[in-house]
Design a protein around this ligand. Structure first.
Ligand SMILES: [Zn+2]
Length: 146
């Protein structure tokens, strides 16, 4: 289910155009941008770090151990994982691990920085991705549209 960030209508669709008001969110690098105004913000993280992070994750004990722990918990508690949304998917390292362990799951990655989505979509080509600010997307869109 999707909620239109312009009129708050709830709808089911593979696309992002609202069937009620026909609002379509802008895109950043080909991904729907639900909080475009925050896509280039740099509070605590600089989007240019994604390239370095992407190359460091593979082979790094911390990132590999974190994936091992996440996959252990998912397999233990949600062995039939149908769908999964990772908020703050970064370069998609965690989502790639989940895709390998749960190949039939519908995966979605969300990231506030549009730059990260390019790396994540290359790592997990079967997942859907969107740019969003999990804390402010709906409130900001609603307040600016009225
Ligand atoms: Zn709408």
């Amino acid at each position: 289910m999707k909620i239109c960030s312009s009129c708050n209508a709830r709808f089911e669709s593979s696309g992002w155009t609202c069937p009620k008001c026909e609002y379509t969110p802008p895109e950043i690098n080909g991904f729907p941008a639900l909080a475009a105004e925050s896509a280039d913000s740099s509070e605590g993280f600089h989007p240019e770090y994604f390239e370095q992070l992407s190359s460091l994750e593979t082979g790094n004990f911390w990132f590999q151990s974190r994936n091992t722990l996440i996959l252990y918990l998912l397999e233990k508690h949600i062995p039939n994982l149908g769908s999964f949304l990772e908020i703050g998917c970064g370069t998609g390292f965690v989502l790639a691990g989940i895709a390998a362990a749960f190949p039939s799951s519908a995966l979605t990655g969300a990231e506030i920085y549009g730059a990260g989505l390019q790396y994540a979509s290359r790592r997990v080509p079967g997942a859907k991705f969107m740019q969003m600010d999990a804390l402010n997307s709906v409130c900001q869109k609603t307040s600016t549209s009225q």
